[in-house]
Design a protein around this ligand. Structure first.
Ligand code: NAX
Length: 325
């Protein structure tokens, strides 16, 4: 098709977008034959910085990038969007409590939800990356009542990818051979990287690795703390890998996952005891431009314990922003 896809991206002057925008313009989301239009949103004080990024995009002479628009008005940024990456959010400032951070972001995502409701296509695919990503996505959806809940998701794919590489390395298999990995819950240290169902080379990954202590005491915490390890090493938070995960998330949703599981933050309908309405990382399979939650799994006590921890955290977050729901 030659009608360009409109892709809205917030936080366009930030470091994740400095990787993300170039990948989108190259065709990594919709594919090598699909022209795209970028609709970039950032705050008024960041407009100059965004214009610098737009100059660099122009200097790449990407054949698929037919237009780039820059604005500080959410309704303009989301107009007729086919896809939207919500990357911008308020970072934690000095002396700011977790609760203050939650409500500052809730205000942002409430306003952006209203704008999404007003101007985006009804079948636009939305992924929230900006933290606290799950709760921001919940607020966004709640404030876009005419926009389908199912189309608002949050990103937990970076954690999924982190777990994939650690498992592949430990088992001595290729990343691409692993299936049925799940990362459940919040994109935060309570997330649960779950290998229970994981397979590779026709076998069960937990049997191949055969080291339950490593799983519980190394894999799960290492995945959860990877973001901190990167900040310590790099002096800045993960950016290129976060952009890559956002691309993987959207690409999988649009083009399908070929029967394989991927982890996505989606609106809970109450399955697996996850309270209804939370935005929660779950395994899904994508096909024909939609995702299906993986159903029918049964949990061990350990899984139930890990789920309960991340559910409790997300319920606390919901309680902190309840006024804006
Ligand atoms: P930066 O601080 O480099 O960039 C954020 C940009 O967002 C800035 O240009 C800022 O002006 C803009 N912004 C702030 N409020 C805005 C608003 N109301 N509307 C539009 N733009 C706004 O952060 P960066 O490193 O790019 O990270 C962006 C977000 O991703 C952060 O919240 C970060 O915590 C989150 N992350 C989420 C991950 C995930 O897996 N879900 C992983 C990576 C990353 O940590």
């Amino acid at each position: 098709t030659s009608t360009p896809k409109r892709i809205a991206v917030t936080g366009a002057a930030g470091q994740i977008c400095y990787a993300l925008l170039f990948r989108i313009a190259k065709g990594d989301v919709y594919g090598p034959d699909q022209p795209v239009i970028l609709q970039l949103l950032d705050l008024p004080q960041a407009q100059d910085a965004v214009r610098g990024v737009v100059m660099e995009l122009a200097d790449c002479a990407f054949p698929l990038l037919v237009e780039t628009m820059v604005t500080d008005d959410p309704a303009t940024a989301f107009r007729d969007a086919d896809a939207a990456f919500f990357v911008g959010s308020r970072p934690r400032g000095k002396g700011m409590e977790r609760r203050d951070l939650l409500s500052a972001n809730a205000e942002i995502f409430r306003a952006q939800g209203r704008a999404l409701n007003e101007t985006a296509k009804r079948d636009a695919k939305v992924v929230v990356v900006g933290n606290p990503a799950n709760t921001n996505a919940m607020i966004l959806a709640a404030n876009a009542p005419d926009f389908p809940n199912e189309n608002v998701t949050s990103m937990i794919r970076l954690d999924h990818n982190r777990a994939l590489t650690q498992l592949a390395t430990k088992a001595g298999v290729a990343v691409a051979e692993i299936d049925r990995l799940a990362v459940w819950g919040n994109h935060s240290p309570t997330m649960f990287a779950d290998w229970t169902e994981a397979t590779a080379q026709g076998g069960k990954l937990p049997d191949m690795i055969g080291d339950d202590a490593w799983y519980r005491d190394t894999l799960i915490p290492n995945v959860a703390r990877r973001g901190t390890a990167i900040i310590e090493a790099r002096g800045a938070s993960s950016a290129a890998s976060a952009a890559n995960a956002a691309i993987d998330h959207m690409h999988g949703w649009i083009h399908g996952t070929g029967g394989k599981w991927m982890s996505m933050g989606v609106h809970s309908n109450g399955e697996y005891g996850i309270p209804e309405g939370l935005m929660f990382g779950v395994p899904v399979i994508c096909a024909n431009g939609t995702y299906e939650r993986v159903e029918g799994l049964t949990f061990t006590d350990f899984q139930r314990e890990m789920m309960a921890r991340t559910i409790a955290e997300l319920e606390e977050e919901r309680e902190a922003v309840s006024a804006l729901l």
